[in-house]
Structure formats: structure tokens, C-alpha cells
Design a protein around this ligand. Structure first.
Ligand SMILES: [Zn+2]
Length: 292
């Protein structure tokens, strides 16, 4: 656990999955990235899905950031990505760290609508393959309006990552909260939103700050600690040069504000304090975001 301002923050590992190692590192050749990540017989590297849970000291705000792949996977699709969700991880994590449960969640920040970040937003209402319902029906679900609109017209490069079963039930729901602009205000003291476009349009990433400390949820700008180097960007990104600039924006906060990073997909560490050798960032210290 880490305390930033009025929030106690933990990372909850909601499962693991595997994606093609080459796709994860773009133009970086395997002879180089292979020194950082192992792959299975199908060249797939192991990834975690990590939910950030930020709970205010007075327990009035219980914020989740992303919800992982979730449990709604047909066996053949789950096998393709080696998806292994832990459906009780969020309940267990909240219980262990804060003695609260899923029904106490007040807010969910939806960074972007790719399936590996939102499968846990919904569950089958009845039979698998039928209608879905919200997993956190009392919570406000925050997403950037432009990204929400983008789901209706994703381009051919990333449209396979959008699964309506994960989020479409939010359409017309009172639970949906849309934010606007390049610097949208967050509804909690001690939280800013950073808007990023390189990976997918209008990715919404929270920055927690206070008491001289800062934590950035890096989203798919820096999915794992193996992606710290600026040019090590994913082939999935729509605009890799933009991702590189967004990494530098985050590193400026690391240098100037002492920000620490929380990664959504690193299977080894939840977060890190980074330092720089020249302009090359590296993990100076792993940050334990366990339930304590
Ligand atoms: Zn993504």
C-alpha cells in the first residue's frame, strides 16, 4: 500500500494473459527485448492485469482504475490469449486492505475501452452470451467523452480490442460520467486526469498527488517496466511518436515531482520509482502496492 495525499492506494492483480512479444515491443528486435521478457512456445509474453484501488481516508471515495480481462470469455478466445482472470481478486483485495467490499466502490475510472482493461466492468446477467449488467452498479464510471464516442467508429487497427459486452450497457446509464477536453477536472481533491492519445484516442489516466508525493497510473502508455525506454512502444499504438512524447511528460513529473509509476500489465511489479541514467529511465525501486 502507498499513501498519496488523502488516498490509500493498492494494486490488485486481477489475472494474467499473454500477448505476442513482438507486438508488445514494436520495432525493438527480439534479440534485445528478449533479454527482458520470456515468451512461451507461441512467442507470447506474460502480462498481468492490475486494477488500482484508491480509497480516501474517510472511505467516502472508493475508486477503481480499470478492471482487467474479466470472466466473460468463451474458452477458445480465452485460450488464444491465455486469459486467466481472478474473478474474486477485487473483492478480496478491498476486504484485506480496507475491510470493505465491491459494493462499496463509488467510482470506476475507465482509462480506455480495450478489453484487457474493462472485462471486469460487466458480468453476464443470465446465460453466457446474453445480456450483461454492471459489476459495480452504484459506482460512477468515468471515461473521456471523445473515447466513448470513438468506440462507435474504432479504426481497423484497434477495433478488435473493443468488445461491446464489456461496456455497451453503460450507454444511456446514469452510471456513465463523461469528461471533456485536454485537461478535464477530476471530481476528487488530489486527483488529476492526464489525457493521452498515442495508444488510443483520449486515454484517461489518473494522477494522485498530495503531501509532496505523486503516483501516475501509466495505462498503456507504459504497460510494463520493460517499456520504460522511450522508443520501446507497442505495435498496437495508433501513434507511436505521440506515445513517446507522453512517456516524456510522465518522466518530467518523475524528475520534478518525484512521481512514482503504477503499471497496468507488469507481471512482476505493481509500480516503480524510476531514475535516469542520462536520458534512459530504469527501475530504481519497486513499489509494493500489496494489500499490506
Ligand atoms: Zn490498450
Amino acid at each position: 500500500m502507498i499513501t498519496i495525499g488523502s488516498f490509500d492506494i493498492i494494486g490488485i492483480k486481477t489475472g494474467t494473459f499473454r500477448l505476442d512479444g513482438g507486438a508488445m515491443f514494436g520495432v525493438v528486435p527480439k534479440v534485445i527485448w528478449g533479454g527482458h521478457e520470456d515468451v512461451d512456445g507461441q512467442n507470447r509474453m506474460l502480462l498481468a492485469t492490475r486494477t488500482l484501488a484508491a480509497v480516501s481516508r474517510d472511505r467516502k471515495a472508493v475508486i477503481l482504475v480499470d478492471t482487467g480481462n474479466g470472466p466473460k470469455w468463451p474458452a477458445d478466445e480465452a485460450a488464444r490469449f491465455a486469459i486467466e482472470p481472478d474473478g474474486s481478486a477485487i473483492e478480496n483485495g478491498l476486504r484485506r486492505a480496507f475491510d470493505i467490499g465491491e459494493s462499496d466502490v463509488t467510482d470506476v475510472i475507465v482509462t480506455h475501452l480495450h478489453f484487457d482493461h474493462n472485462g471486469g466492468l460487466t458480468e453476464w446477467a443470465g446465460e453466457p452470451g446474453g445480456p450483461t449488467r454492471l459489476r459495480f452498479p452504484k459506482a460512477r464510471h468515468w471515461i473521456h467523452r471523445e473515447h466513448w464516442d470513438y468506440r462507435e467508429r474504432p479504426n481497423e487497427k484497434d477495433r478488435a480490442s473493443f468488445l461491446k459486452r464489456d461496456y455497451e450497457v453503460l450507454a444511456g446509464s446514469e452510471a456513465l460520467r463523461l469528461v471533456d477536453g485536454d485537461e478535464p477536472a477530476a471530481p476528487w481533491d488530489g486527483v488529476q486526469f492526464m489525457v493521452c492519445h498515442g495508444h488510443s484516442p483520449y486515454q484517461l489516466l489518473p494522477v494522485f498527488h498530495g503531501g509532496g508525493r505523486e503516483l501516475i497510473f501509466t495505462g498503456d502508455v507504459i504497460p510494463t517496466s520493460s517499456h520504460l525506454r522511450v522508443p520501446w512502444v507497442m505495435a498496437y499504438d495508433l501513434h507511436p511518436l505521440t506515445t513517446m512524447e507522453e512517456k516524456k511528460r510522465m518522466y518530467a513529473r518523475c524528475r520534478e515531482n518525484g512521481a512514482v509509476l503504477a503499471f497496468p500489465h507488469d507481471h512482476r511489479i505493481a509500480g516503480a520509482r524510476v531514475d535516469f541514467a542520462g536520458d534512459k529511465p530504469f527501475v530504481a525501486e519497486a513499489i509494493d502496492l500489496g494489500a499490506g
